[in-house]
Design a protein around this ligand. Structure first.
Ligand SMILES: Cc1cc2nc3c(=O)[nH]c(=O)nc-3n(C[C@H](O)[C@H](O)[C@H](O)COP(=O)(O)OP(=O)(O)OC[C@H]3O[C@@H](n4cnc5c(N)ncnc54)[C@H](O)[C@@H]3O)c2cc1C
Length: 313
């Protein structure tokens, strides 16, 4: 049984989601990784358990089509039963193109993967209130898109992996689009997806200026600030703050939801947080259904009191 992982880099290091998938793949033996990233990060892949790395150095082309062709080429050697991909743009591009090349379906949004006689993928529906299990049939490998934070990333103390360099094949016009610019959005304070505490604001905060109080609270608690889509759509904070189905998935130890109703699409991005504290003036707000601690009150009264109490400690 062989399970492969497609790993891409983010800002010069393997994406966290790739390390999560490699950690999981150790359950099924020695993971083989197809890595699209800088070579000096390969020892990190070994640390998390990769024993073989097919390495592709990124260039200035949009590599999705060529990467799919390259994976099809090396697959014959390892005969993987499943290939795990993260939800990052290049990963999704490659997964779709590989699916079209080899005639295997993409099983998306996995929060768990089981590999035995067949590959089964667990995904969530109805805002995470129900789980469905989908089994792959037909041509191997099963192509699986795994949600971020589905598994913990834990180093396994592995050795440096065997590395084989792959040159990208010529795939004609589909491989000729060039990346002319890319931007990394920088923010102050801890990274939203890695923070151990997140303070998120919703439409109940009132307007953009009121987010300053969330910044202050996050600073005092050493956390990051998040938001709902309603707030992002209103232009109060950038898209990089958005938590939820079409935003980021977070799993901090503590999640504070201020003026957030608790729509399903928001809950899927934060419901697995350790402890959820909600502040909402409506006692019937759905956010209280997932909260460990609920404060029925006005955010403009509760938050200043909380900040004052923290400052006086
Ligand atoms: C395809 C799709 C994808 C989506 N993806 C996302 C996503 O990724 N993330 C996301 O968040 N949403 C997403 N949404 C939108 C989602 O459905 C909700 O519209 C959104 O989450 C609501 O945001 P909100 O809670 O800020 O606003 P509202 O639903 O308007 O809630 C505001 C809350 O604030 C409370 N309130 C008002 N004033 C105060 C006050 N002074 N003090 C305390 N409480 C107060 C109100 O009681 C209310 O509960 C998506 C929707 C669709 C259709």
């Amino acid at each position: 049984m062989a399970v492969w992982v497609f790993a891409e880099e983010q800002e010069g290091a393997p994406a966290t989601s790739a390390l999560e998938m490699i950690t999981k793949a150790r359950e099924w033996g020695a993971p083989t990784v197809v890595y699209h990233g800088a070579a000096d990060a390969i020892p990190t892949l070994g640390e998390y358990g990769a024993t073989t790395v097919h390495h592709v150095t990124p260039g200035d082309t949009l590599a999705g089509a060529a990467l799919a062709a390259a994976i099809e080429g090396v697959m014959a050697d390892g005969n993987p039963q499943a290939i795990l991909f993260g939800m990052l743009p290049t990963s999704r591009d490659v997964a779709g193109r590989l699916s079209a090349r080899i005639g295997a379906p993409v099983l998306a949004n996995a929060v768990d993967v089981r590999v035995g006689d067949r590959v089964e993928v667990v995904s969530e529906i109805l805002g995470g209130t129900e789980q469905v299990v989908t089994a792959a049939r037909g041509a191997a490998p099963a192509i699986v898109l795994v949600r971020p934070k589905a598994f913990p990333a834990e180093p396994g103390g592995g050795a440096t992996p065997d590395v084989a360099t792959i040159d990208l094949p010529d795939v004609g016009p589909a491989g000729r689009a060039r990346i002319v610019e890319s931007h990394v959005e920088h923010s102050e304070g801890p990274d939203l997806e890695k923070a151990s505490l997140v303070v998120s604001g919703g439409r109940g905060m009132g307007d953009a200026t009121k987010f300053e109080i969330l910044d202050e609270l996050a600073r005092l608690l050493g956390g990051a600030v998040g938001a709902t889509r309603a707030v992002v759509d209103a232009g109060w904070v950038p898209y990089s703050y958005q938590v939820g189905q079409t935003g980021k998935t977070v799993k901090p130890g503590v999640y504070i939801a201020a003026g957030i109703s608790g729509a399903m699409q928001h809950l899927v991005g934060m419901k697995d947080s350790g402890k959820i504290i909600a502040i909402n003036k409506d006692p019937e707000a759905p956010i209280f259904g997932v909260s460990d601690l609920g404060i029925v009150g006005d955010v403009h009264k509760v938050l200043p009191q909380l900040i004052e109490a923290l400052k006086s400690r």
